[in-house]
Write a protein of this length. Structure first.
Length: 179
């Protein structure tokens, strides 16, 4: 992993974060199956290997992100040689004693080098210091890199919301108790 520093975002970081490439490539998707029978409803997710890699558009526009960041409880950035190379957005207002990570993005050339893990671990430490005991992550079912990261760091699938994003995509939720 490159030498990085993680710090709270500064006003000067916002224009950099809005132009950061939030899109990603995936080889897998979590496909939802909905089964309804009398007296019961079943929802299953299964991991499907796609026939080819797909480039997935991020579900939030840069303008919406910048507006959302003003209401966030914390916005942490990672820097390498004084260059912003990633960030994580945390909201404490959605559920009691729970920190909700809505956005985690890394500059493309720095991806898969541990920066996302470092940001998520820093966010967990920030949450502990604010007396929160749970962290929740949200992501699209096509965001296999984020799903893999969540599982690697001990987050467990805990639910979904259909038509959650502005593009009507499903949101998957992963949670972890903080100790």
């Amino acid at each position: 992993m490159p030498q990085i520093e993680i710090r709270p975002a500064a006003e000067a970081d916002i224009p950099i974060l809005t132009v950061l490439d939030h899109n990603y490539t995936s080889d897998y998707v979590w496909q939802m199956e909905h089964n309804a029978e009398e007296g019961q409803i079943g929802i299953n997710f299964r991991q499907i290997h796609l026939p080819r890699s797909v480039r997935v558009e991020y579900p939030r526009s840069p303008a919406a992100l910048a507006e959302d960041w003003q209401d966030r409880s914390a916005l942490l950035v990672s820097t390498h040689d004084n260059e912003v190379v990633g960030y994580i957005s945390i909201n404490q207002k959605l559920a009691p004693v729970t920190n909700w990570v809505t956005d985690l993005a890394i500059v493309r050339r720095f991806r898969r080098q541990g920066i996302g893990s470092a940001l998520l671990l820093a966010a967990q430490e920030w949450a502990r210091q604010t007396n929160s005991y749970r962290m929740m992550l949200e992501m699209q079912p096509k965001n296999y890199p984020a799903i893999s990261l969540a599982q690697k760091l001990g987050f467990e699938f805990c639910g979904y919301n259909d038509h959650y994003y502005a593009n009507h995509d499903i949101a998957l939720f992963f949670a972890r108790t903080l100790r």
